[in-house]
Design a protein around this ligand. Sequence first.
Ligand SMILES: [Zn+2]
Length: 290
Amino acid sequence: MKKLFKSFLFTIGLQIFATPIVFAQDLLAAQSPLDRQMELVDSIALRDMLLNEENMFPADGLYESWKNDKVRFNAELPDSFRVDLRGFVMPTTNTKITDVFGYRRRRGRVHNGIDVKVQKGDTIYSAFDGKVRITAYQRRGYGHYIVIRHNNGLETVYAHLSKKFVVEDQNVKAGTPIGLGGNTGRSTGAHLHFETLLAGKNINPALIFDFERQDVTGDFYTYRKGVYQEIDKKTGKIIESAEPLYHKVRKGESLSVIARKCGVSVNTLYKLNKMNSRSVIRPGQRIRYR
Ligand SMILES: [Zn+2]
């Protein structure tokens, strides 16, 4: 009897004692895969978050770092890159283009942007959501200027401003007033010099913004490596051809020498460079041969 009671107590005790242990073990057993599951959920959530972030901030995938020094932020461009233009705001409500993008034979250099006539004091707006990378002053060049890196990957430059409202590293929205139009730097008459860059490469702003119609050219702009895009002056449509190639004239070289070196005809050089047999070339000049 005594023995039985003892064993009964032992059994009870074991049960009382054992129950929590079993429970804890059960809990542990149940919890560890749950933890793993949670981890999995977490990594899926994290991956989704990163993916979303990349979709929301394609700029992060394009540029590896953030610096406030140079306008041209060179980065490796993929073979093609799609820029989301939805959510744009025109940088200015002015519509008159006073100079287009392209090579200036007269000045022997490339005009990297588009010039839009503005009145001094006209508000200039950020074209897309983004972050101000540079605000600076260049007496002989841009004057007061601002560079913004947008979430869509594009970088925009706004130059010759009379006033700047934003500071470096400031987040802006599309349509945030960033400054006032002006005539500072190398400029004759108030105008907005506007540039669009992708990984340090100047893109013709007219392929993206139509100032006359106060609109973008589409929901997306797609950059393709090795493809040169320009606007057909007759139809207003974007046409694509191979990226232009240039030859820098060396001392003593004539157009026929260059044509031979580049493997094209002299007539091709005439056509591409709007030249004729009477044209004079000088060392250092860029001659387009494709
Ligand atoms: Zn300009």
